[in-house]
Write a protein that binds this ligand. Sequence first.
Ligand code: ZN
Length: 119
Amino acid sequence: MGLQDDLRAQLIKQFPAEVIELAEQNGTRYYACPTCKRPVAKSDTTCPGCQQVLGWGKIKELETGPMGPRYATLKFEVAGDFSKGDCRKCPLSYIAKSATENVYECPLNLRSRCPIAIE
Ligand SMILES: [Zn+2]
């Protein structure tokens, strides 16, 4: 009976079980094997302690959100002589005061790597 139970336990561990996140007393969070609760590393595909096959899907979902990063596009009119990175002529820019002068600031903080595409 004991042997059969061991075999069954071994078999069950072949199915990936989702890694869980646990916290130590001092608040440090770590990833742990769902079966034996030992800490596991992000690179582990099986638990080094009990050989449980590990699934990382839930953790990845928590980190990136269910759909991963998302992007938005906004289309707007620019002057005929506007060129990429020309914050002075960009309708999105706003005027900020620095110590000595007024400067055109990018609301997206993308001044030097302006992502605007001109049609
Ligand atoms: Zn384990």
